[in-house]
Design a protein around this ligand. Sequence first.
Ligand code: HEM
Length: 366
Amino acid sequence: MIEYIPYSDSIEVIQPDELEISRKIVDSMARVNRLMYEKYRHAIRDAHAKSHAVLKGELKVYDNLPEHLAQGLFAKARTYPVIVRLSTAQGSIVPDKMSAFRGMAIKVIGVEGEKLLPELSDAVTQDFLMVNYPVIPTGTIKEYLKMQEGLEKQADSGELFQEIAQKAAVGVQNVLAAVGLADDTNQLSAPGPHILGDTYFSMAALRFGDYVAKINVKPLSDNVKELAGKKIDKDIIDEDEHAFLTKIVADFFQSATAEYEIGAQLCTDLELMPVEDGSVQWPEDQSPYQPVGKITFHPQQTFSPERRVYADDTLSFNPFHCLADHRPLGNIMRVRQLAYETSSRYRHHMNAKARIEPVSIDQLPD
Ligand code: HEM
């Protein structure tokens, strides 16, 4: 029988100079973001600025989950409405041809119970944020700061916007390579495969009720399974290299229904599956991702102007907007609490747009 590591507060270890390093990261991101504001005269996210689709879906928590999986939000079989924003990782608006790391942000609606962020403690939403890569290559704040400083230097290098866009061309990985944090072997090249075939990961750990886990979302129905790793047609890319990702998702959901499965990979060994270094891939032969629920998307308009503006400018997703049972864990997660709030606050302020947490899925425009 597999023994899962029980959650305890002592699993997290504050790192030397953690506050100072975290502050440097957030300040640097904010400086770059202000430049982006000047470029667009519209405030965008510090990261994952460009959305490709905003989906209305339903999350069904599976029935009869064993005790180790029936945790937190997944404790009871229930169906929740969700809003899902698909994005590209860069903090600037780049052509879809340059999209490699992609994000899936999920807002679950109807979740009772106190939430971690004090200003949203009464909200009935809970967010999960994922990227289409199993680990975060800059898995500690020390490594992340090196990458962020490299990025900011490029932003300061005179050819500000062109430079950033060019470096973003082959994804964040190239920036990592440029500052010596990655090599070609783990490079995700742009443009990636079909966005609906991707598997998305929390990359780093979170609390999973009485346990500790990483989570993922992967294609479940055949029509999205068959898109995994599938190259996007060159003709489709050439036709609109700025927005072909938006188009392929919109075309797909004109008539199709798709299902994705949420899985949890529980920690069984804190040495092999560390919490304080998000760059370490937890071995699936020790602990596989185990299904806890599924998300279904029915046919819909995925990117109407009203829907895009609602998701980009009114909503915010934050990994710390969650039940205490799903608190993000480890230093690369802890820095995110300040990073997301800083980015979101600036964006809502500069766009003079209130941040609203929905109480009903009907608030998402069609
Ligand atoms: C550890 C794995 C990580 C994952 C899976 C992840 C995923 C995401 C996703 C999916 C979004 C888009 C959210 C949306 O659609 O609104 C996002 C946005 C963002 N990410 Fe991350 N991220 C990670 C790490 C980090 C780190 C380490 C930082 C900074 C230190 C960071 C800073 C941001 C910021 C500032 C935003 C924009 C927030 C806003 O303005 O609303 N992320 N991230």
